[in-house]
Design a protein around this ligand. Structure first.
Ligand SMILES: [Mn+2]
Length: 394
């Protein structure tokens, strides 16, 4: 039997609500997931993207990550990853750097074998503009009977609700070119599973709550594969609790009222998410924050919606700031841009390390390369020896 732990969307370095406590929580959740892998003595761990929250994680976060991965490496348990949309860089990836420390490897479209019985594949997050032209072809495994598991980082229907999904999963099953037996997915933070065209597919879910609507317990997936059969179990990760509180104010409600309302909740060590509605009063959001912390909340976030009653905030689909890149990519996908235009756009928009002063040179080099490719400016001079021979024959 082959045992694999699947985790995803660890978002290391996420200083949620501007809180160092929350940043440490994300590291702890990752460590708890890796502890599960050690406890279950798995044969391999796969991570389906968004290992880091940002493209430029801080050095201490990268160091912490390597230290945690080292615990696996010490037990000879390989850690395989793909790159997500949050931590994607243009050329070299963070996983490439971590690979140099011997604690992680990247999955690709060639098989990575576990115990000769399981072939692992991975496809990094594909942007919307690049989706149509992307090559998803997978190489056949050396052992044709091997169980084929593909990891991806995308929002797929039918697992993800239609208004939120980017693509249909059946399309991927057609484009990989070989039969696959299972799809381990990342990007969607809820734990979700479905059988699509006879292939089990699931999202492991994030290991910490990146948003207040991520209510359910966080999980990782333990896979047990034997004789071509897959069994998947969801293991819960112990994470900090969230407490959502709504306080409705009348004109004359004061600090005492806010205090009484918060008193009705057990906040000790929790993340308190407090929404203020109703009338504007002398009680400020900062007062409410102080009261919540005073009552033992480890972290507090106050949303002051008072005086905005005419807005139906729960009405339509909710956007979120993290999806700005996604919105841009959706618009770009409609533009029918060339590969080079997409590449230039992506570098300007997403390559944090590209210095302002280097943009001109980088773009010029990119565009020259593309021109050379497009107009086939390879060495087209005639072969001199041949020409000479021809002349002498005449
Ligand atoms: Mn994510």
């Amino acid at each position: 039997m082959t045992k694999i732990l699947h985790l995803s969307d660890t978002h290391l370095g996420n200083r949620q609500y501007g809180s160092d406590t929350r940043r440490d929580d994300f590291t702890r959740a990752f460590e708890a997931a890796i502890d599960q892998a050690l406890e279950e003595n798995v044969d391999a761990v796969i991570h389906t993207g968004d290992l880091f929250h940002r493209r430029t994680p801080s050095l201490p976060i990268v160091t912490d990550c390597i230290e945690i991965l080292r615990e696996l490496a010490d037990e000879d348990i390989p850690f395989y990853g793909i790159v997500g949309n949050h931590d994607r860089k243009m050329d070299q990836q963070w996983l490439d750097l971590i690979r140099e420390t011997g604690t992680a490897q990247r999955l690709d479209q060639t098989p990575t074998m576990v115990n000769d019985d399981v072939a692992l594949y991975g496809i990094d997050a594909v942007t919307k503009p690049a989706w149509h032209a992307a090559d998803f072809t997978l190489e056949e495994p050396p052992n044709p009977d091997a169980f084929r598991l593909l990891g991806m980082h995308q929002l797929f229907e039918p697992l993800v609700p239609e208004f939120y999904a980017d693509h249909d999963l059946t399309e991927v099953l057609e484009r990989v070119g070989i039969d696959i037996d299972a799809l381990a997915l990342g990007d969607y933070h809820k734990t979700e599973s479905r059988i699509v065209d006879d292939v089990p597919a699931w999202y492991a879910g994030s290991t910490e709550r990146c948003a207040t609507d991520e209510i359910e317990p966080r999980t990782v997936s333990l896979l047990e594969i034997e004789d071509g059969d897959l069994e998947r179990r969801e293991l819960e990760i112990d994470t900090r609790e969230f407490e959502s509180i709504r306080i409705e104010f009348d004109d004359n409600d004061s600090h005492g009222y806010a205090r009484d309302e918060l008193d009705r909740h057990q906040l000790d060590g929790k993340v308190a998410i407090v929404t203020l509605t109703g009338e504007r009063t002398p009680v400020t959001s900062s007062d409410v924050y102080d009261i919540a912390i005073d009552k033992g909340a480890a972290v507090c976030k106050v949303d002051d919606s008072r005086g905005r009653r005419q807005l139906d905030l729960d009405g339509g689909p909710q956007g979120d700031i993290q999806s700005a890149d996604k919105l841009i990519e959706e618009k770009l996908a409609d533009q029918n841009l060339s590969d080079i235009a997409t590449d230039v756009e992506a570098r300007v928009r997403t390559d944090d390390d590209l210095a302002q002063t280097a943009i001109d040179d980088t773009m010029e080099a990119l565009i020259k390369d593309a021109q050379a490719d497009a107009f086939d400016e390879r060495d087209t001079k005639p072969d001199l020896d041949e020409a000479d021979t021809e002349v002498s024959e005449e």
